[in-house]
Design a protein around this ligand. Sequence first.
Ligand code: CP
Length: 324
Amino acid sequence: KRHLISAADLTRDDAVLILDTAEEMARVADRPIKKLPTLRGRTVCNLFFEDSTRTRISFEAAEKRLSADVINFAAKGSSVSKGESLKDTAQTLEAMGVDAVVIRHGASGAPYRLATSGWIDAPVINAGDGTHQHPTQALLDAFTMRRRLLGPDAGLGQDLGGKRITLVGDVLHSRVARSNVDLLHTLGAEVTLVAPPTLVPVGVEHWPCEVSYDLDSVLPKSDAVMMLRVQRERMNAAFFPTEREYSRRYGLDGQRMARMPGHALVMHPGPMVRGMEITAEVADSGRCTAVEQVANGVSVRMAVLYLLLGGNEPAVTHPRTEEK
Ligand code: CP
């Protein structure tokens, strides 16, 4: 495949290949020298039209670990604030000869437009677009689930067949939820969404998942519970329950976490709104993988960049070969 725009575009074999390659990349992170020469001489541009902490830093770390030259572009402080269009921005990058573009944009569909417009002749990786998709987030979440639930070695070549994954909260505005539902379904998991009725998208009955409004009844049947951020910035206040009501019915505190099976994970893509969707007690507990998800994000993004740009070279060569 040439671009990564949506988790729905990945077949089971594509996704398992990315997860297996990410395992190889994770082993590089354990070495004293964490760098690979794979993308030496290639230029990757990180094009961020919307705020980000984890995704932006993690892509940059992944690119540098693969020895790529990195250009960071933030819309704030650029000529976008003077009204420059996505097309003109893209053509400026094309003139500079970039080999891949990582794009985050507030408008759903912007990465697809960039990939199919002909404005730029480089692979496009979606780093989150509006409420649409965030495919590398779904891949790092699946990687974290597979590692924790099956084990790093036992998981190789495997999908998440039969695992029961629950996503909780603001599904309506969540590109993380959409990407996870698509990818987890492809990987054979059973997905349940739990959300207030006002934060369930129209048409959810066509998604490959169940919907529940009763978190307490779903928790004991979950192998992983992913809490979603409440995205107030995308929300009409009239549709939102009070903060107290929300956390009473849909927040995860220590008492609720105790209803989950002993092996089950608590996940959060970040940024977390502590006290609302998740208490500090749960977020800081050993069962919460939020920080591990961030670390895994670097390995997964290295894998995606390698598979889109690295061609047929082996992902991880023998250290002695790299030293030459
Ligand atoms: N999970 C995630 O996308 O976080 P950022 O918005 O900080 O990149």
